[in-house]
Design a protein around this ligand. Structure first.
Ligand code: ATR
Length: 273
């Protein structure tokens, strides 16, 4: 009998992660002999822990908070997206070497491709709300996909300015108080802040004169106030769950050798997790 293929997700804490449910669903669906396990490693134990997983024969892991930057430093090879985003969320272990990738930009774009097939990044400027780690991946994705300009707005303006400098000429910082005017001139609006998440205040923005695709990385709840307002205004909307599901595809394919599908049954399984 062949040995089962092993992969997992490393974080600290890790109990909240939906990834084990997601990958286990695919392992079962495709009848693959493998396991995907949650692994709690403190920052101090991160590098040693990863090396132990390599010795145990793991094919790789997802990495989540607080290890996404440390993962870049211990890697032997770093993909273009991980380098430019400045963080890794997926590691592949090959011949004793660590290859770091970031699949958040891929996940963001595939979610839009699947759920808004007529949308094009190139159709106009995009407005990104927020300047954290998710914003970095999404700005990278939008520029790579041909958005002619990306505007960033954040409560703490300095963080948006750092991002704008990092990404260069086609990225502009907008004052947080100007978001209602700015949204009227863009073709894509992305919320990457935690506003709208269960337990957080709603995002305060007016879409009454907007003509853009609206997408939110918040998926708990699935229908955020932003999402509902966009729907009420007849705008195209894509919820945030798909990004989480699609970003998992390259890792699964790399570790387990099969490109998995993101479908309605997977959405249901992960929502119930
Ligand atoms: P992630 O890395 O997942 O994107 P993060 O770095 O914690 O998460 O970023 C959260 C984002 O939500 C930030 O842009 C944050 O704004 P600040 O940089 O000013 O903190 C934004 N955010 C959180 N609470 C907010 C609030 N009440 N009003 C406006 N923005 C808020």
């Amino acid at each position: 009998m062949n040995k089962p293929l092993l992969a997992g997700v490393v974080g600290h804490p890790i109990t909240h992660s939906k990834s084990p449910k997601l990958h286990s669903y695919w392992l079962k669906k495709y009848n693959i002999q493998g396991h995907y396990v949650p692994i709690d490693l403190s920052p101090k134990k991160f590098e040693e822990g990863i090396n132990s997983l390599i010795l145990l024969g793991f094919k790789g892991v997802n990495v989540t908070i607080p290890h996404k930057e440390a993962a870049l430093h211990i890697a032997h090879e770093v993909s273009d997206s991980a380098r430019k985003i400045g963080a890794a969320n997926t590691l592949y272990f090959r011949n004793g070497k660590i290859i770091a990738d970031n699949t958040d930009a891929y996940g963001f774009m595939e979610n839009l491709r699947q759920n808004a097939p007529d949308w094009r990044a190139s159709s106009g400027a995009a407005l990104v709300l927020g300047a954290g780690g998710a914003a970095r991946a999404i700005i990278y994705a939008l520029l790579k996909e041909g958005a002619p300009a990306v505007k960033i707005t954040n409560r703490t303006k300095e963080k948006a300015e750092i991002l704008a400098q990092h990404f260069g000429d086609n990225v502009e910082v907008i004052d947080w108080n100007s978001r209602n005017e700015c949204v009227q001139s863009v073709k894509t609006l992305v919320n990457t802040t935690s506003l709208g998440m269960t337990g957080q205040p709603d995002l305060d923005i007016s879409l009454s004169n907007a003509d853009c695709l609206v997408t939110d990385i918040v998926y708990n709840p699935l229908q955020t106030a932003l999402f509902k307002q966009a729907k009420d205004n007849g705008l195209m909307t894509v919820d945030g769950l798909g990004m989480l599901l699609h970003q998992a595809v390259p890792g699964f394919q790399g570790w387990f050798g099969h490109k998995p599908e993101v479908d309605a049954a997977l959405r249901k399984t992960v929502l119930e997790a």
